[in-house]
Design a protein around this ligand. Structure first.
Ligand code: LMR
Length: 394
């Protein structure tokens, strides 16, 4: 049987990461995979995480299984981080998952099982792995307009026009904040209009929130998700702790279901646990325990928030520096949107040939659609990138 296995499509993001690693040039810049890096290019373990891990090591007395849905305290702590005062415990079902991607996968499977006719509507563009998982599961998918390549901002009228055509029972996948790959985000009033439209057409919103705290701050980045949670009768949320807690390899995520008032929460909760059991049984616990400890302990929480804020501000200042270097280098405001975008990514809106040329000539690696990871830069490499863009793309 194994001899029949053929080549699988390569992941666009991980492929660039691998080619970068294999490039022997000394001077090269990696702006590919979405991993936070500090000005020295390192991805350190966050201070609060280190302390929490030490405490867990000292205090933990067993590694026996938790529940199938993970530790309920993790779900509670994360739900209040994401939903704030909009968290209504009687309407929330939640299960820990292996990373945000694990939660996305569980949500998609749940949709397929409960409504095999449902199509999932994704933004054009979206994180390539959304599309890949949907294809893998053989699910129907449609795109709605999202990014206007000319202005490098959200095409809100186009988005609303497309969402008006969503079928009853379909699912609309939205990025909670820091849109990946574009960096262009909805304003609160636009979120409200989207929530009202999704409700009017009888669809279910699904939020993928993987960068809370990387855009405008922990609270502001949750605005869209909270609007959806309080405006729509039901919603699915896939949350990741990889980036904002810097615990990528611990695979820590949460699937949340906001349950309609007419439905028993216990039934949905049992379905979430059942899905975990079928796919991987008990979810990983170490990362979830770290997150729970940090969110529950006021000292650790303060420390974590302040480091997260340092990271966020660092990315914002790199954005501003890049936008102004580009203004100087190109004598135009063509790339002014970089300072307006939020989160780790911006899509530059240049061609894949230009991306390729920047790689060959300057050793600068970005995704083929011209997505850059802002956190892959530092104040010394920003002028190098700006120069490369102006030489290659103007
Ligand atoms: C990214 O978009 O680069 C990150 O979400 C990492 C990944 O797994 O693709």
């Amino acid at each position: 049987m194994l001899e029949r296995i053929g080549e699988r499509p390569k992941d666009k993001i991980l492929e660039v990461m691998n080619v970068f690693r294999a490039d022997p040039r000394e001077k090269k810049i990696d702006l590919s995979v979405g991993i936070y890096r500090n000005s020295e290019g390192a991805t350190p373990v966050m201070r609060a995480v280190k302390i929490a891990e030490r405490r867990i090591w000292e205090e933990q007395e067993t590694k026996a299984y938790t529940g199938l849905a993970g530790d309920p305290e993790f779900a509670d702590a994360m739900c209040s981080l994401i939903l704030g005062d909009d968290a209504e415990p009687p309407r929330i079902a939640a299960a820990a998952a292996p990373g945000g991607t694990g939660a996305v996968r569980q949500a998609f499977e749940l949709i397929r099982m409960e409504n095999p006719d449902a199509a999932v509507w994704v933004s054009s563009p979206t994180w390539p792995n959304h599309v890949s998982i949907l294809h893998h599961l053989g699910m129907q998918m449609h795109e709605y307009r999202y990014f206007d390549g000319d202005t490098c901002s959200v095409d809100f009228p186009g988005m609303m026009e497309d969402l008006a055509g969503v079928g009853k029972g379909d699912v609309v996948l939205l990025h909670g904040c820091c849109h990946n790959p574009t960096g262009a985000n909805l304003k609160p009033v636009e979120w409200q209009a989207v929530a009202d439209l999704i409700t009017a057409v009888g669809a279910t919103p699904m939020i993928d929130i993987a960068y809370q705290g990387f855009g405008d701050g922990l609270e502001d980045d949750a605005t869209g998700t909270r609007i959806i949670a309080r405006s729509c009768p039901e919603a699915l949320i896939a949350a990741s702790c990889s980036k904002n807690f810097g615990i990528y390899r611990e695979r820590t995520g949460l699937l949340v279901g906001i349950v309609p008032e007419t439905v028993r929460k216990a039934t949905v909760q049992a379905a979430f646990s059942h899905f975990n059991r079928q796919n991987y049984s008990f979810p990983p616990d170490h990362g979830a325990r770290i997150v729970t400890m940090i969110l529950q302990d006021s000292g650790l929480r303060t420390e974590w928030k302040s480091e997260l804020e340092e990271m966020r501000r660092g990315m914002l200042s790199l954005r501003e520096q890049l936008a102004s270097e580009l203004q100087r280098a190109t004598a135009s405001n063509r790339f002014g949107f970089i300072a307006e975008h939020r989160g780790m990514f911006s899509r530059l809106g240049v061609t894949s040939e230009q991306v390729q040329r920047m790689c060959e000539r300057h050793g600068i690696y970005m995704i083929g659609d011209s997505r850059i990871n802002i956190a892959g830069l530092n104040s010394d490499t920003v002028p190098i990138l700006a120069q490369a863009i102006s030489e290659t793309c103007i």
